[in-house]
Design a protein around this ligand. Structure first.
Ligand code: SF4
Length: 222
């Protein structure tokens, strides 16, 4: 869709950031759901003994016991697969008790929510088309180059070579050739206005051919 006002065309955006965001969020949701579908293994243990570990080892010159888990396992009368101790040195001897298969429920919940949100964003993006911040002048324009301030760097010629050209010099001179308007219809308004905006000295003057309104450079505010 386009809006037209006072000879200016306002374009609607073709790439919608909301739609892109929706696609990205859906992709994240799908990845989370895939992870949630993968069966994971949890190792189970059962408690087979319990006891406390002293701070000092009486059988070793009362030396400090820095690793209560190892001490407990070393002094256990039955073989242990794992030992867990509390900060108070109460330790539990554990033996392997099989494995359990499970799925990551947070991944499934968050994945479903992400995919749903992304879908909503896509639906909203299809209904709402944001306005692009660039405009194009539709009506015919009048162009001239102020040769008094042209510094002959050729930027306008690089952008719109069919519109602007350097004046040819009949005789050699120390002065660079100035730009002039070769063909005002040599490019679309968009390109010509862009060339005028890129002119470092503002030497390219553009007006609305019908109304005479200054398009570039903007007139100073009174
Ligand atoms: S860009 Fe401006 S200064 Fe450079 S050649 Fe064109 S009119 Fe002259």
């Amino acid at each position: 869709m386009h809006d037209e006002k006072d000879g200016w065309l306002r374009r609607r955006k073709k790439k919608d950031p909301l739609a892109l965001l929706g696609v990205a969020v859906i992709a994240i949701g799908i990845l989370l759901l895939i992870y949630g579908a993968i069966p994971l293994q949890r190792v189970n243990y059962k408690v087979v003994s319990q006891g406390s570990v002293p701070v000092e080892d009486p059988s070793n010159n009362d030396s400090f016991i820095a690793d209560p888990e190892s001490y407990y396992a070393a002094h256990s009368p039955i073989p242990l697969d794992k030992v867990e101790c509390t900060p108070d040195r109460i330790c539990y001897g554990l033996q392997f008790n099989g494995t359990t298969t499970y799925h990551s429920m947070p991944s499934i919940y968050y994945g479903s929510a992400s995919a749903g949100l992304g879908l909503v964003a896509l639906i909203v993006a299809r209904r709402v088309e944001p306005v692009e911040d660039t405009t194009v002048h539709l009506r015919p324009i009048r162009i001239r180059v102020d040769e008094d301030i042209c510094v002959a760097n050729g930027v306008c010629i690089a952008i719109a070579p069919n519109v602007f050209q350097f004046r040819s010099q009949e005789t050699p001179t120390i002065f660079a050739p100035m730009a002039y308007v070769l063909d005002p219809t040599g490019a679309d308004n968009d390109t010509i206005i862009e060339a005028a905006r890129m002119c470092p000295t503002g030497a390219i003057i553009i007006e609305d051919a019908e109304t005479g309104e200054r398009i570039h450079p903007p007139l100073p505010k009174s």
